[in-house]
Design a binder for this molecule. Structure first.
Ligand SMILES: NC(=O)c1ccc[n+]([C@@H]2O[C@H](COP(=O)([O-])OP(=O)(O)OC[C@H]3O[C@@H](n4cnc5c(N)ncnc54)[C@H](OP(=O)(O)O)[C@@H]3O)[C@@H](O)[C@H]2O)c1
Length: 304
């Protein structure tokens, strides 16, 4: 049955999407599986009667419910923006969640200023590869932390310094940072504070380094609780964890960065929609490199 298009919405034929760790939870619940996915890039097939900012044929990207499907309905005032011409659907389809999260972590919670020394723990995954580039675009001096096989990738994205966590513990370094963005959750806040300046900001994004495998849920919960407790002491500004909020203004901001080539979505593996389970399996291993894209075949014609 075809859903009627609301007056303020767009019908989008989805060409590209991607998987994010949050999808792993939805995928494991039968109800969530019906509206899987958030990131999308595609073509506007039809617009609701009250839509003035978009028209049929526009190439767009952003975030909305049920993006891992050939067609979706997106609120015109929601997290959607025009896709820059030089960016492929596959690339733009990976930006929504991870791009927004990286942007809000650095700009809004980290308040990164030009010249700030920023450390990104977990620099080689979906959020991390956006964060390295966005931090550079904001004028920061960037240090990325990842494993040996990803050192070159993180450097190629613009990181000034890359620390290989298999060889060096960044919390034992002599360098001090103004903003520490923690995507991996592998060290306590107390340990991170050893390398933070007195006026530094700590931004907790995720737990990519501890959440997967047996006991992952318990480790993640204990990390968040520990961060919250340790945040009560100390003078530095600590955001133990924040939840990114996707919106149109930030999608346009990210589109601008892509237009100027300051941001190029990094994709290591792409899967067809029919291979979704393999994509989830790869993500579940906890060492996905850059973004995991999903190619979605467009339906033949406009919705009836
Ligand atoms: N707060 C929010 O709103 C928000 C939004 C999106 C995601 N998140 C969370 O943020 C985290 C990252 O998301 P994502 O999409 O970037 O996930 P992802 O792409 O699956 O992250 C995989 C990356 O994590 C890195 N990693 C694994 N163990 C590490 C360690 N010990 N030290 C440093 N890096 C390590 C891996 O690098 P190596 O292979 O080199 O180890 C890999 O490149 C997840 O916990 C996710 O749930 C939060």
């Amino acid at each position: 049955m075809t859903r009627a298009l609301p007056d303020d919405a767009l019908q989008v034929t989805v060409c590209g999407s991607s998987v994010n760790p949050v999808d792993l939870f939805a995928a494991s619940s039968r109800r969530g599986a019906q509206v899987l996915g958030t990131d999308f890039a595609g073509t506007v097939e039809a617009v609701g009667r009250k839509v003035t900012d978009f028209r049929a044929g526009d190439e767009v990207f952003g975030g909305g419910k049920g993006a891992l499907a050939p067609s979706m309905i997106v609120a015109a005032g929601g997290a959607v923006a025009l896709k820059p011409a030089g960016v492929s659907f596959e690339q733009a389809g990976t930006v929504g969640v991870a791009g927004t999260t990286a942007l809000q972590a650095l700009r809004d919670h980290g308040r990164v200023q030009p010249g700030a020394r920023v450390l990104i723990n977990g620099a080689s995954g979906g959020v991390g590869t956006f964060a390295v580039q966005i931090a550079k675009a904001l004028g920061a001096e960037v240090t990325g932390v990842c494993s040996t096989r990803n050192v070159e990738l993180v450097r190629s994205l613009g990181a000034d310094v890359v620390i290989d966590y298999t060889k060096e513990d960044f919390t034992r370094a002599t360098q001090r940072y103004d903003v520490l963005v923690d995507i991996a959750g592998t060290h306590s806040l107390a340990e991170c504070r050893r390398v933070m300046t007195t006026a530094a900001r700590f931004v907790g994004v995720g737990v990519a380094g501890v959440q997967h495998g047996e006991g992952g849920g318990r480790r993640a919960a204990s990390h968040f609780l520990g961060t919250q407790l340790q945040a009560l002491a100390g003078r530095q500004k600590v955001v133990p964890i924040f939840i990114a909020k996707m919106n149109g203004a930030d999608m346009r901001f990210l589109a601008g960065l892509m237009e100027s080539r300051q941001l190029v979505p990094a994709i290591d593996r792409s899967f067809e929609l029919g291979q979704l389970e393999s994509a989830f399996e790869y993500l579940r291993e906890g060492h996905a490199r850059a973004k995991v894209a999903i190619r979605i075949r467009a339906p033949a014609g406009p919705p009836t």
